[in-house]
Design a binder for this molecule. Structure first.
Ligand SMILES: [Zn+2]
Ligand SMILES: [Zn+2]
Length: 269
């Protein structure tokens, strides 16, 4: 029995003798099946070919990603709090070295996911830390690739996880699209970790909003406006994307506002 992993998106599936017929994440119009067709790998194979890079971003925030890049190349973030740490989003490669590095920083109390593209091997990470709860928005329940009792399907506009950490439901890219607000980040001026529900673009003074980044399918203006509205009550200076080099260093909320205006103007609505 094997927990097969999709090579294109990096999501791990429930234990089985044979791999699934297809990956439901990649078969969706927001993703794609690679040129070579559907391919599968395992954690054992990945551990032999990749390692993780662990990088402090600012006090209390660590970014972790795999080298060389695997699947869609996202990073996950460890956010440290006095009463416990949160792992935001996830990557596929879990190894002893990375588990130990997280333990050195106080371990994990809770995990949370922005959207199903980052499901990766999230169940393995939870199990490595005593089955800590994983917050996944209930609107994305159908996309979960490996069920587990640790998954908490949460509902509502937001969810306070303590330590100044709040999950914000934004929708858009996925119906359950979730962003994390960290009030203590950026020296107390606030940090937004939006996954790609709001995406920092190549020019780090701007963000964008898409239904599909891989296939360049835009979001309707009403959904972009909604994303601006849901982050409005929160103060944040910095925005950290899950991809390298994509960080809005300052004036984050104004960047979201003006980027939404540019986007909606460009759509001509
Ligand atoms: Zn896939
Ligand atoms: Zn995505």
């Amino acid at each position: 029995m094997t927990n097969y992993i999709c090579v294109t998106c990096g999501c791990q599936y429930a234990e089985a003798v044979d791999p699934p017929d297809f990956c439901k994440i990649c078969a969706d119009e927001r993703q794609f099946v690679g040129f070579g067709g559907q391919q599968w790998t395992t954690l054992e194979a990945l551990r032999a070919s990749h390692h993780n890079h662990i990088e402090p971003m600012e006090p209390g925030l660590t970014r972790i990603g795999s080298e060389p890049t695997f699947a869609i190349g996202q990073h996950m973030f460890l956010v440290e709090g006095a009463g416990g740490n949160l792992l935001w989003d996830c990557i596929t490669l879990i190894d002893d070295e990375t588990i130990e590095a997280i333990r050195e920083r106080g371990g994990l109390s809770v995990m949370a996911l922005s959207h199903p593209h980052f499901l990766s091997s999230i169940i393995e990470w939870s199990r490595a830390f005593n089955g800590v709860p994983i917050y996944v928005n209930a609107a994305d329940r159908q996309w979960v690739t490996r069920s587990d009792p640790a998954i908490v399907f949460w509902e509502g506009a937001s969810r306070n996880l303590g330590e100044g950490l709040t999950l914000i439901h934004g929708g858009g890219h996925f119906d359950g699209g979730t962003m994390l607000h960290w009030a203590a980040g950026a020296e107390g001026r606030g940090v937004l970790l939006p996954g790609d529900i709001i995406q920092v673009v190549n020019d780090p003074h701007w963000v964008s909003f898409m239904y599909s980044y891989a296939n360049m399918i835009p979001l309707p203006a009403s959904k972009v406006g909604h994303l601006v509205d849901v982050v409005e009550p929160f103060e944040f200076e910095r925005i950290y994307s899950p991809w390298l080099g994509r960080i809005v260093a300052e004036d984050g909320k104004a960047v979201v506002r003006r980027s939404a205006k540019r986007y909606i103007d460009a759509m001509g609505v």
